[in-house]
Design a protein around this ligand. Structure first.
Ligand code: PEP
Ligand code: MN
Length: 346
């Protein structure tokens, strides 16, 4: 349930509400919104609900108490009506600007990463991607350069000024990845790795949570709820396709998820047409589609020589294709941004 405070409620009144919630063995989370504070009551409320609704409603400074039937609370629009805006280095995500995350599937060498970083930065990318720890279907496939890859990413950030995003696969890698990267990525295979989610909730780095390839939107938001309720409000959601009966594409990109999430949650949403389609010629139309339905940005894989890539060779763009995508997508974003972020166009 959410306890909505009156517009002029004092700090002492908010504290009073929070202490009553704690006394019930529940956890309060407050959000100071435009105008008023909302305190979310998190935990197993069970049959106490009617009594608590009544009792909290009578506390000083309380305007109303709303029972919330949705299982996700802190990630919901009801709790936090304004969009979450995330700042990393000079990049802002979720403010109506276009976030373009680009870089190789895997960091393969210093030269490969630097060459790609320079090319995507020059073309207008705002975040550099690259996998150092790679989740591969086959244990015999290239598994990534590990910590060596993280070091190259940090050097590429110095070189280009772009913040870097890279995947963290296990709880025991969270600290080291957070030391080198600006944004942590949780991959599709780990969306419901709850100890990883909790540990990513304890670091001072934004986290991009990819949708599990078999996860519903609600399961995905519950996974995000793990991170936020562990203390990290800076979560970005990434639609990267779900598995369906279709075989022409690697996954099926759920474009409806983008406007749906905009309604359900305040978190920024990115689309990843590279993993969603698995085919490089499908990346541009789906990236444009994602932005047209309101995504805050796009993640795409870019490689100096895609056919020779050590992972995901078929879906990586070469530099020319990335430049072509940028030229096409920027005006589409300019055209639609006023629809989704009124007052930010022009
Ligand atoms: C990736 O982005 O490198 C990746 C492995 O993606 P996903 O987890 O979506 O498969
Ligand atoms: Mn990949």
């Amino acid at each position: 349930m959410f306890v909505v405070m009156t517009v002029g409620a004092t700090e002492a009144e908010v504290l009073g509400v929070k202490s009553q919630i704690l006394a019930e063995g529940l956890t309060p989370f407050d959000h100071i919104g435009e105008g008023r504070t909302v305190v979310a009551v998190v935990g197993e409320i069970g049959p106490r609900k009617p009594a608590l609704l009544e009792r909290f409603g009578r506390l000083p400074g309380v305007a109303s108490v709303t029972p919330i039937s949705r299982p996700f609370k802190l990630t919901s629009r009801e709790f936090h009506p304004e969009d979450t805006v995330i700042r990393v280095l000079d990049t802002v995500i979720g403010d109506g600007s276009l976030t373009m995350m680009a870089g190789p599937c895997s960091v393969e060498s210093r030269d490969q990463l630097f060459e790609t970083a320079d090319a995507v930065a020059a073309a207008g990318a705002t975040v550099l991607r690259g996998g150092a720890f790679k989740p591969r279907t086959s244990p015999y496939a290239f598994q990534g350069l590990g910590i060596g890859g993280l070091r190259y990413l940090a050097e590429a950030r110095e070189r280009t000024g772009l913040p870097v995003i890279t995947e963290v696969m296990e709880p025991n890698q969270v600290d080291i990845v957070a030391e080198y990267a600006d944004i942590l990525q949780i991959g599709t295979r780990n969306m419901q790795n709850y100890s990883l989610l909790r540990d990513c909730g304890r670091v001072a780095r934004p986290v991009m949570l990819k949708r599990g390839y078999g996860a519903t939107i609600e399961e995905w938001l519950m996974a995000a709820e793990y991170i936020v309720s562990s203390g990290n409000p800076n979560v970005i959601l990434c639609e990267r396709g779900i598995r369906t009966f279709e075989t022409y594409t690697r996954n099926t990109m759920d474009l409806a998820a983008v406007p749906l999430l905009d309604r359900l949650t305040h978190l920024p949403v990115i689309v990843d047409p590279s993993h969603a389609t698995g085919k490089r010629w499908l990346v541009k139309p789906l990236a444009i589609g994602g932005v047209a339905v309101g995504a805050d940005g796009v993640m795409v894989e870019v490689h100096p020589n895609p056919d020779e890539a050590l992972s995901d060779a078929e879906q990586q763009l070469d530099f020319e294709m990335f430049r072509d995508l940028m030229v096409a997508i920027v005006p589409v974003h300019e055209h639609v941004r006023g629809l989704y972020h009124p007052g930010t166009d022009g």
